[in-house]
Ligand binder design. Structure first.
Ligand code: ZN
Length: 358
């Protein structure tokens, strides 16, 4: 008996030391258990090994049955807890976010399939069922299905953000594929919004994607932005970012804006309606030609927009669910070449040409 327990402890310890998955731990212990039972059946009475195994087949079966009952109970408890969170029972409460979740649609519980799909969110104290329903009820506008937009869109769809409107007038080019991972080689020549929409549907058919294959201008921005909870801008080029900023400020909608160049990227949440600066508070005028080259002009390390786009998706989840501390009033700078991150406090400017009059 003691020999078997020591063997089980050794298997567990070794598996833990090598970082092997918990399921494999249990599988190894299960195999050991089956081996013990098999030996007890096969070995003749009085064999030395039988003495080491200690108990009779019946006793081991009782132990196995008890173990199975405990495992089932723990699993059932976990599922019940997850279901309780998905139904938004007390204990899963969190501070109300600025956006989403308060509409009547938000009251409806998640389906069985959604409980399974979003189970890793549901067990997070900061998201839970309430947060997941806020994500489902949210509507975000994503400007650009390029390097930053690609991971941001994929993670938003994966996370269950209910409605995504996507604007881009570009077509997939071979030179995009080094970093714009939402598109495939066979999508070359296709419109980026169509290619991205296909990928998002394939990942999560429960997300409603509205592709807008148009160049964003003041008219279109003024049409699209007032209806959404949050704008994500991953476009390449100062003029578009400034345009999105003006429209977001005018509509009072928060704007997550990220940009990358060569090895460095930056991201912040611009929201003058809630005390944070807008993009123009930081960059009131367009940088001189050559000072802020686009990716096509200056190059960009492929995974860099992936880092910033993924940060953007994470900040979106926080903003929509009210989890954690967002990037309002903070500019996060990431230097990929040296693996360094810096956070800078940023403030509204009273003389800002865009939000100064608010
Ligand atoms: Zn401003």
């Amino acid at each position: 008996m003691l020999v078997v327990l020591l063997l089980a402890a050794a298997i567990w310890g070794l598996a833990a030391a090598f970082g092997i998955r918990r399921e494999i731990h249990w599988l190894a212990i299960g195999l050991l258990y089956v081996a013990v039972l098999a030996l007890l059946v096969v070995l003749p009475e009085g064999a030395t090994l039988r003495g080491w195994l200690g108990w009779s087949v019946g006793a081991w079966l009782v132990l196995g049955g008890a173990g199975l009952a405990v495992w089932s109970y723990v699993r059932l408890l976990g599922r019940l807890r997850m279901r309780a969170r998905s139904a938004g029972v007390p204990g899963a409460e969190m501070p109300a976010p600025r956006t989403g979740g308060s509409s009547p649609r938000g009251v409806a519980a998640l389906s069985e399939a959604d409980v399974e799909r979003y189970s890793r969110h549901l067990i997070l104290r900061e998201i839970g069922g309430q947060g997941q329903r806020r994500l489902r009820n949210a509507h975000v506008l994503v400007v650009g299905a390029g390097g930053i937009g690609s991971p941001a869109l994929l993670y938003l769809a994966g996370a269950g953000v209910g409605r995504i409107t996507l604007v881009d007038d570009d077509r997939v080019d071979l030179s995009n594929l080094q970093r714009q991972v939402i598109h495939r080689t066979e999508d070359i020549g296709m419109s980026k919004v169509a290619s991205a929409t296909r990928a998002l549907h394939a990942l999560n058919p429960g997300v409603a994607v509205t592709p807008v294959e148009r160049r964003l201008d003041d008219t279109l921005a003024a049409e699209l932005i007032p209806g959404v909870d949050l704008v994500l801008d991953g476009s390449d080029g100062f003029a578009t970012r400034a345009l999105v900023n003006r429209a977001a400020v005018a509509a009072g909608v928060p704007l997550l804006s990220a940009s990358v160049g060569q090895w460095e990227g930056q991201i912040s949440l611009f929201d003058p309606a809630r005390g944070a600066p807008c993009l123009a508070c930081l960059f009131p005028v367009e940088p001189a030609a050559g000072l802020a080259p686009t990716c096509a002009e200056g190059g960009v390390a492929g995974p860099l927009p992936g880092v910033l786009g993924t940060m953007m998706a994470l900040e979106t989840l926080k903003e929509l669910t009210g989890a954690g501390i967002g990037l309002r009033g903070r500019l996060l700078l990431y230097d990929g070449l040296y693996g360094e991150t810096r956070m800078i406090a940023v403030h509204r400017r009273q003389d800002c040409p865009v939000c100064g009059g608010l």
